[in-house]
Design a protein around this ligand. Structure first.
Ligand code: S3P
Length: 202
């Protein structure tokens, strides 16, 4: 059994990436493995409005959603190292880029377009894929966002052929390596040890 030690002094892990990249699921895997708090900007926005994301889009429009998303990110103060999951379009606003960097190590969950689209179209909770040609809309959004994700990310992981657990393991290993270079000495960045053991899920 492997263990991930936790120490609250390190940087947070901020997940960015297109719809379907698995940010929420990987966020939950990371939370289980590290026992850090999990913060989801979409959940905070939804709770501020008191309705779901699709309802926010249909009642108030995308611009108001983006405004709220930016405000949530700007006001997010994380006192302890955490896992922060963001919505796929968070990189669209210039102002958000500074906020993301301020929050921690930015990890871009990427994947091939077909796979991302297939995953993103499961379920009915993606208002931006409700139009006549969701495949085309997805492709256009992705092309516009790729340079923004690339600009923002400290780490990129191709999730196309990995399970969420495999992504979480790869991510923690890359974050640890990066953390060492930054001089960070914290949980997610430390080697697994039996100190203060927290059972991993695999
Ligand atoms: C969006 C992605 C969604 C959510 C909203 C807008 C986007 O989050 O924030 O529907 O613009 O890509 P996920 O990336 O978790 O699907």
């Amino acid at each position: 059994m492997r263990y991930w030690p936790v120490n609250q002094s390190g940087k947070s892990i901020v997940l960015i990436g297109m719809m379907g990249a698995g940010k929420s699921c990987v966020g939950r895997c990371l939370q289980r493995r590290t026992k850090l708090a999990l913060v989801d900007t979409d959940e905070i926005v939804a709770s501020k409005f008191g309705i779901s994301i699709p309802e926010i889009f249909s009642k108030y429009g995308e611009a108001n959603f983006r405004e709220a998303e930016t405000e949530v990110l700007r006001e997010l103060t994380i006192s302890k190292q955490a896992i922060i999951v963001t919505g796929g379009g968070i990189v669209l606003r210039e102002e958000n880029l500074g906020s993301l960097k301020r929050l921690g190590i930015v990890v871009w969950l990427d994947g091939n377009e077909g796979t991302l689209f297939q995953r993103a179209s499961r379920g009915a909770n993606r208002p931006l894929l409700k139009g006549d040609d969701p495949r085309k809309a997805f492709s256009q959004m992705l092309q516009a966002r790729l340079p923004l994700y690339a600009k923002m990310a400290n780490i990129r992981i191709d999730t196309s052929v990995l399970t969420d657990e495999e992504v979480a393991v790869a991510l923690l290993s890359k974050v640890r390596r990066l953390g060492r270079n930054w001089g960070a000495r914290s949980s997610a960045f430390a080697k697994p040890t039996a100190d203060k053991p927290i059972p991993a899920t695999r």
